[in-house]
Design a protein around this ligand. Structure first.
Ligand code: ATP
Ligand code: MG
Length: 172
């Protein structure tokens, strides 16, 4: 989910997902205050740097501050925090580890919707049983591909483009 839909709807969906054992991923965009009772219902939250800054109240501008922000969000009850760092990559913090996935080097044209491509690909990978690391890698690949094309929806890679890209970059 993301926050273009009303918060009560997000909250109700998260409560029901939790009851049904369905993992919940929230992209907190456009950013706004998240009620304290929503955080513990989130398995993964995926802010970009600006969103992370606004949620925690201090500047997030790199890996170190992303890790600090992740710790704050985990204290509020989220299990896993993935901070999207634009063309630098992704900082992912779980209960047991933090890892960084550098961005794929591409000829960027327009990064609008790179984050949305990231989230879509992350969700597809996790739903298909991939590890979190692999899912983050897939997200970064889809985000990079989206950055190579103008627009939002038209920049989303299809399966064929995505698979070809992974192969070219030596990723299974
Ligand atoms: N210029 C780029 N080159 C390579 N990869 C990129 C680039 N921009 C974004 N990405 C990949 O996509 C991910 C998500 O992008 P970004 O951090 O811009 O998210 P976002 O701000 O939520 O984007 P949006 O909300 O516009 O969809 C990044 O973490 C990175 O892995
Ligand atoms: Mg975004």
């Amino acid at each position: 989910m993301q926050l273009e839909i009303p918060l009560p709807a997000v909250q109700l969906a998260a409560v029901n997902a939790k009851k049904a054992g369905v993992p919940v991923i929230l992209d907190p965009a456009p950013v706004r205050d998240i009620p304290s009772e929503l955080y513990p219902l989130l398995d993964i939250i995926t802010p970009n740097q600006l969103e992370a800054s606004q949620l925690v109240g201090f500047a997030v501008d790199g890996i170190e501050t992303a890790q600090q922000a992740s710790a704050v969000l985990q204290q509020r009850g989220v299990s896993t925090v993935i901070v999207k760092l634009g063309d630098r990559g992704v900082c992912c913090t779980t209960a047991s580890e933090t890892f960084f996935v550098p961005a794929f080097s591409v000829q960027a044209v327009d990064t609008v919707a790179a984050g949305d491509a990231f989230n879509g690909s992350l969700a597809v990978a996790l739903a298909g049983g991939q590890s979190l690391r692999q899912a983050v890698l897939w997200g970064a690949a889809a985000g990079a591909l989206a950055a190579t094309k103008a627009g939002a929806q038209p920049s989303m890679p299809n399966q064929e483009t995505f698979t070809k890209f992974l192969k070219e970059r030596g990723i299974r």
